[in-house]
Design a protein around this ligand. Structure first.
Ligand SMILES: C[S@@+](CC[C@H](N)C(=O)[O-])C[C@H]1O[C@@H](n2cnc3c(N)ncnc32)[C@H](O)[C@@H]1O
Length: 254
């Protein structure tokens, strides 16, 4: 039987990797590295650093493949993601069939935690549906949301309150009055900049856990211009950016 491990490697800090993940790294025969776009080189470097640091007896193979690009989607967001997942499923099936021997273990190094805005699990379900015979397991990792809360020294929820997590593209459809304890990820268009609510506070973090980490917190209306400026300068300097933020209103304003 072929085995696959989806190993959560944290969201930038190689020290935020669990003992379970280190054990799984050491049990892996073949690592599949899939990246694309401007982050590709940096993410590859960070993953290689993790392998060099934690694998005691390097005898593994690296299989590096170009992740298929997602079409901008004339058919809409959901259709374009569906197409992209189909392409990735075919690619994963090829990797499992041709790059992994019977009795061997392959691994995908998943940024942050595999359960949060990562499609690998959904794609493996599709690969199973194609009829391939393999088993897989999931090793959790520290997500960027946990890293954000830790670096700002805040709890994600206040006593008895819910929290929500959403991608930036959903923020525009959100009534501003209902925004509280809201974590926003994948926000390439800085949705926070369009919010006008005077009460909202923001806890923002970019490149969390890395040497380039940037943290800004305060009243949204007071710091949003600063975040936009700092964010754009960092994005131009590095060629890519990953940022996450929490929006919350102070208890006194409710
Ligand atoms: C495709 S999602 C992957 C999330 C990942 N599975 C996790 O658990 O954090 C990518 C988004 O995660 C957030 N992110 C990931 N790493 C980050 C980091 N080091 N600093 C800030 N945000 C990060 C950003 O919002 C980015 O757009």
């Amino acid at each position: 039987m072929k085995m696959l491990s989806l190993i959560g490697i944290g969201s930038g800090n190689p020290q935020q990797i669990t003992l379970e993940a280190i054990e799984a790294l050491n049990q892996t025969d073949v690592f599949f590295l899939l990246d694309k776009g401007p982050l590709k080189e940096d993410l590859l470097h960070m993953r290689q650093e993790i392998l060099e640091r934690y694998i005691q007896a390097p005898g593994y193979r690296l299989v590096q493949v170009e992740d298929p690009l997602r079409d901008g989607g004339a058919g809409g967001y959901v259709d374009s993601v569906e197409d992209w997942h189909r392409m990735r499923a075919r690619l994963f099936a090829r990797l499992i069939e041709h790059e992994l021997g019977d009795g061997q273990t392959g691994a995908f190094l998943i940024w942050g935690d595999p359960s949060l805005y990562d499609s690998t699990l959904r794609i493996l379900e599709r690969v199973e549906a194609l009829g391939l015979d393999f088993e897989y397991r999931v090793i959790p990792g520290i997500s960027s949301v946990q890293a954000l809360a830790a670096r700002h020294r805040i709890p994600l929820n206040r006593i008895g309150e819910p929290i929500r997590i959403m991608p930036g593209r959903c923020l525009a459809g959100e009534a501003q009055a209902s925004i509280d304890n809201l974590v926003v990820m994948l926000d390439a268009h800085c949705g926070f900049a369009a919010l006008t609510d005077e009460d909202l506070e923001i806890y923002w973090g970019a490149y969390l856990g890395t040497a380039d980490e940037i943290l800004i917190a305060g009243r949204l209306q007071a710091v949003k211009a600063q975040i936009l400026e700092v964010r754009e300068a960092a994005r131009l300097r590095k060629g890519w950016i990953m940022d996450t933020y929490l929006l919350r209103r102070p208890l006194a304003s409710r």
